[in-house]
Design a protein around this ligand. Structure first.
Ligand SMILES: NC(=O)c1ccc[n+]([C@@H]2O[C@H](COP(=O)([O-])OP(=O)(O)OC[C@H]3O[C@@H](n4cnc5c(N)ncnc54)[C@H](OP(=O)(O)O)[C@@H]3O)[C@@H](O)[C@H]2O)c1
Length: 266
């Protein structure tokens, strides 16, 4: 499959970089800055430079648009003349609806609205995918899901759940980083070097997430496993509960959702 990406910043660059080790894909990139494309695989040169967005859309079967949402309409207009029914246009842009995508390609080819999150840049993204059911074959959907499985965890969601996904999984890394900052302050206060503390906390969060994913147990059951009777952990947990931290975390996500609605003019 020939996959091209227009806009090779955080998201587009992350997607292409994550596909470089997979020889079954022929890869193309275009960006305002050529060096961004060349930096994606300086050693293997598997990502071919496309001179223009239109040249990329001509070369690729799957055209990924990873420019800012306000740049999407102009970009779609630019590539539309070279689109045809066997191509698929996939957008990573936040707040750019499936309806606008279908309009943007003039109904010429299938579209996919995709929402990534920041860890895509290290190959651990979580993606929501909304397929254009009317025009995408089951085989093409399976191929596209296989692409995103190589980049992390894809889930197929109806578009009405994209705001929820965005507030929880798109914004989520920022909430987790804030929690990690609090832990870092504690580490330094207790005498650990900031750099050591940072590494320990990041590894602890990675291990905790892996345990949750692999065990499949509820978060509450896993937490109880760390809380020995009359132990240290339960003292900290009681403090967090007394200050309603879980409720505040839920409210943070719901605040993000409100803002998402405001931006969508709802
Ligand atoms: N960052 C996130 O956490 C996140 C999460 C979910 C979704 N998204 C979505 O992902 C998309 C990309 O975000 P990002 O964070 O990757 O942005 P980014 O780092 O700014 O990358 C966008 C890239 O596209 C280039 N570009 C823009 N217009 C172009 C054009 N006409 N021709 C060639 N290159 C062009 C930009 O170049 P210049 O900078 O020179 O213009 C930039 O290198 C956005 O639509 C955003 O809504 C982002």
């Amino acid at each position: 499959m020939k996959i091209g990406c227009i806009g090779c910043g955080n998201m587009g660059g992350g997607v292409l970089k994550g596909l470089v080790p997979h020889a079954e894909y022929e890869l193309f990139g275009h960006d305002h800055t050529r060096a961004k494309v060349e930096a994606l695989d300086a050693e293997t040169h598997r990502v071919q430079w496309a001179e223009t967005p239109r040249a990329l859309a001509e070369a690729a079967d799957v055209v990924i648009l990873a420019v800012k949402p306000y740049q999407m309409e102009a970009m779609l207009e630019e590539i539309r003349p070279v689109l045809h029914s066997s191509k698929t246009v996939l957008s990573l842009a936040a707040a750019f609806s499936q309806e606008k995508l279908v309009q943007g390609v003039g109904g010429i080819c299938p579209v996919v609205r995709t929402m990534p999150n920041l860890p895509v840049i290290v190959g651990k993204g979580v993606f929501a995918l909304c397929f254009d059911d009317a025009s995408l074959s089951e085989a093409r959907k399976a191929e596209l899901l296989a692409v995103f499985q190589k980049l992390g965890l894809p889930v197929v969601l109806p578009e009405r759940l994209f705001p929820a996904f965005t507030s929880l999984v798109g914004c989520g890394p920022a909430f987790v980083f804030l929690f990690m900052e609090g832990l870092l302050n504690a580490g330094i206060t207790m005498g650990l070097k900031a750099s050591d503390s940072r590494e320990l906390i990041a590894a602890m969060v990675e291990g905790t997430a892996k345990l949750a994913l692999e065990s499949g147990e509820s978060f509450a059951d896993l937490r109880v496993k760390v809380c020995s009777p009359a132990g240290t952990t339960i003292r900290g947990v009681n403090h967090l509960e007394r200050h309603a931290v879980p409720g505040h975390v839920a409210d943070a996500v719901l605040e993000a959702l409100k803002r998402d609605m405001e931006l969508a003019g709802k």
